[in-house]
Design a protein around this ligand. Structure first.
Ligand SMILES: [Zn+2]
Length: 406
């Protein structure tokens, strides 16, 4: 125990540094974000419904099948036309909710052109990935109409693992440039943590995250041989607080070491299983309610928008469950950082930089439903409880910390 140190008071002291104006702004941003979950799903359903009502996919499928069945071509053509139509229909909403609003709150300084370019890249990536997945799923629905949901879950699990493995190699470089961390005190500190956790230092990258966001952030991505930790260049700016960086990197190393990506894959596959069973049962009803004229059933790719409607609604309903599981992993990563890096105050200062986009002190129910990380209030308290129980070692001699970085 650290004598005379009160973790509750230390937590309150950190929280008290948030000005009332900053807190009000964070509340508005966070609460508005809850509504965006709903409106995003509504926009998705509305766009799918509009495409369905035009009958364009039914006509496209009929034309492609005029002479002979071409199931693979039909799936690809339907996906290409649907994704493009959906992109255009949802663009005004997405530009408002995910670009203009972010700028209004000062979360990004990205220009509209850069944002649009990334959306277009996302459309291309989405078409490639969905084609791979949906060709397999539609094949299973055609061949095993009664048990496709079971085989489909297996295929989806493999697909998810594939995406996790390939993400750092082929997807993330489409958006950002990744380089080895530049030499200096930040890299030295990070390499020390990595080596202590048996991570090769060449698995640590810096990316130009400041392009999209001013957020102070790092992430662990990849799986098996492609796993790596990436730190936003916002963490390498002038006058950076090394204790903060160490605490944040310790958290990401925790995700890496505990292989949370594998757990996430299993979770997503389990959700896919439930989603597929429900989709199999609900498809005819949703198709009827949505007025899907000419759609022959779940095996008909022209009914793809019906699947989109189901995924949007089921995805929204699954939000609290996904958040609960994600929060548990985040909490474990926090513990890992405290145990292995032991920078509770660096950790606390890094957390204070996130209170602008995740209000610090939600109610318990609000946190349970909407928060994919534990709230800053509870994370601070955990760090201060740790500090109370683990007094810091005597600090290094001044000469060592004042040595010029070379
Ligand atoms: Zn995390």
């Amino acid at each position: 125990m650290t004598p005379g140190f009160d973790p509750a008071a230390a937590t309150a002291a950190y929280l008290a540094t948030i000005s009332p104006a900053a807190h009000a702004k964070a509340l508005a941003y966070t609460h508005g974000g809850y509504w965006l979950l709903l409106w995003d799903a509504v926009a998705s359903v509305a766009a799918a419904w509009i495409v369905l009502r035009t009958g364009v996919l039914v006509r496209l499928r009929a034309r492609l099948e005029q002479r002979r069945p071409r199931p693979f071509l039909v799936v690809f053509a339907v996906l290409a036309v649907f994704l493009l139509a959906d992109f255009v229909l949802e663009l005004p909403w997405n530009a408002y909710a995910h670009w203009w609003r972010e700028r209004q709150y000062g979360m990004t300084s990205q220009a509209l052109g850069g944002w649009l370019t990334e959306q277009a890249v996302g459309l291309g990536v989405g078409l490639v990935m969905l084609t791979v997945l949906m060709e397999a799923l539609y094949l299973l629905i055609r061949r095993a109409p009664r048990s496709w949901w079971l085989w489909g879950t297996g295929v989806t699990a493999i697909f998810i693992l594939g995406v996790f493995v390939l993400q750092p190699l082929y997807i993330e470089p489409l958006y950002n440039t990744y380089r080895p961390a530049p030499p200096g005190p930040v890299r030295d500190a990070v390499v020390q943590i990595a080596v202590a956790s048996h991570i090769p230092p060449d698995k640590i990258y810096v990316y130009n995250g400041s392009k999209q966001s001013n957020r102070y952030t790092a992430n662990a991505a990849g799986l098996f041989g492609t796993a790596r930790i990436a730190m936003s260049d916002t963490m390498f700016r002038e006058g950076v607080d090394v204790a903060e960086v160490k605490a944040v990197v310790g958290h990401e190393v925790g995700h890496y070491v505990m292989q949370h990506a594998l757990r996430d894959s299993a979770l997503l596959a389990a959700l896919a299983l439930v989603g597929f069973v429900l989709t199999d049962r609900l498809f005819p009803w949703v198709a009827r309610v949505a007025g899907a004229q000419g759609v022959r059933g779940i095996a008909d790719p022209a009914g793809y928008p019906v699947l989109v409607i189901l995924v949007a609604v089921l995805g929204l309903l699954a939000t609290p469950l996904v958040n609960a599981i994600t929060r548990a992993a985040e909490s474990e990563a926090d513990t890992y950082s405290l145990q292995h890096v032991n920078e509770p105050d660096g950790f606390a200062r890094a957390l204070m930089k996130t209170v602008a986009y995740r209000a610090a002190t939600p109610g318990p129910l609000e946190e349970a439903i909407f928060y994919n990380h534990p709230s800053v209030g509870s994370r601070l308290r955990k760090a201060m409880d740790w500090k109370a129980a683990h007094p810091a070692p005597p600090s290094a001699p001044p000469a060592a910390s004042a040595a010029p970085a070379g």
